[in-house]
Design a protein around this ligand. Structure first.
Ligand code: AMP
Ligand code: ZN
Ligand code: FE
Ligand code: FE
Length: 283
């Protein structure tokens, strides 16, 4: 089939600002042919999105984005076509969300210690019941006039090395890969150019190691990838026999400037990549 898709989208189930149904209707409106819901450490948004897709005759791929531990820092693993009803998957993910619940009040405590008037209640209200993350804290800081933007909040307070940073317990990447596979999903490394490994020992060694650990695909097309990044990753994917995927990492208003389907303006993820995934995995 012809057409374009977006396989990396956040909703209100984590730190996106649109509900799963709103995301599906927006993708329909923009003329996309399929999307995947990839919320941080939760599969909760999938049910609503799939139902909305069914009503509109629009293809929705179930997915998840798990924050993982790697020797050189946090990395993100995407899982596509996961059985989102899987008990093992849901249990493990709710444990990861509990780690977040331990970390978030700690961040608030640090901010309050710096004289900032913010409560965890306010953050929960902004998150609206979904998986809470630092972007929600950033949003409250912005609404209260402490920062100019989400990025400003990260730079001044929330990013690694900043004064209110608190590390979070993470699932080792090998375990996350196995978890996705146990839930019948396809494990794919998200936005691979974004990690410290790339500057430390290069993208090829990083991907080679992860291939040994069981990843089956690379997110080659991504909002912030340059043409050169994309070409490098396409070449590596082909040499290691990995699937090629792509998505914008759309978050709605939390990440202004990243639009569904097109990212910062000119991204194009062809439907044929999805057909290839389906062909290889018989889904
Ligand atoms: P958390 O799940 O609480 O660790 O927050 C993860 C979210 O924060 C992701 O959506 C990232 O896009 C965003 N994020 C992480 N680091 C930064 C950073 N340095 N600048 C801006 N956003 C960031
Ligand atoms: Zn996010
Ligand atoms: Fe990510
Ligand atoms: Fe993401």
């Amino acid at each position: 089939m012809e057409g374009l898709i977006d396989l990396h989208i956040h909703t209100t189930a984590s730190d996106g600002t649109l509900t799963p149904s709103m995301v599906v209707s927006l993708a329909c409106q923009r003329g996309l042919k399929a999307l995947a819901i990839t919320d941080h450490d939760t599969v909760e948004g999938n049910k609503e999105a799939i139902e909305e897709g069914r009503q509109r005759g629009f293809k929705v791929i179930p997915g998840v984005e798990i924050s993982c531990k790697h020797p050189l820092g946090e990395i993100h693993l995407l899982g596509y076509f996961v059985d989102w009803g899987s008990e093992i998957l849901q249990k493990r993910l709710s444990q990861l969300r509990r780690y977040r619940e331990e970390r978030n009040p700690e961040i608030i405590r640090k901010l309050r210690g710096m004289g900032i008037d913010i409560t965890y209640e306010e953050v929960k209200e902004v998150a609206g019941g979904g998986s809470i993350g630092r972007p929600h804290i950033a949003q409250v800081l912005k609404e209260k006039g402490y920062v100019f933007s989400n990025q400003d909040a990260f730079d001044r307070y929330l990013k690694k090395g900043a004064p209110a940073y608190v590390p979070k317990e993470l699932l080792p990447v090998e375990e996350a890969i196995q978890l996705i596979k146990e839930a019948d999903g396809i494990p794919v490394i998200a936005h691979p150019m974004q990690y410290r490994t790339v500057s430390t020992y290069g993208i090829e060694r990083f991907i080679k190691e992860l291939t040994g650990a069981g990843i089956e695909g690379i997110e080659v097309y991504y909002s912030t990838h340059s043409r050169e990044d994309t070409a490098t990753l396409l070449n590596i994917a082909s040499r290691y026999g990995l699937l090629v995927t792509g998505g914008t990492d759309f978050h709605g208003e939390i990440k202004p400037g990243i639009e569904i389907g097109v990212g910062m303006g000119d991204m194009k993820v062809p439907y044929s990549l999805l057909e290839r995934m389906e062909e290889v995995y018989g889904v």
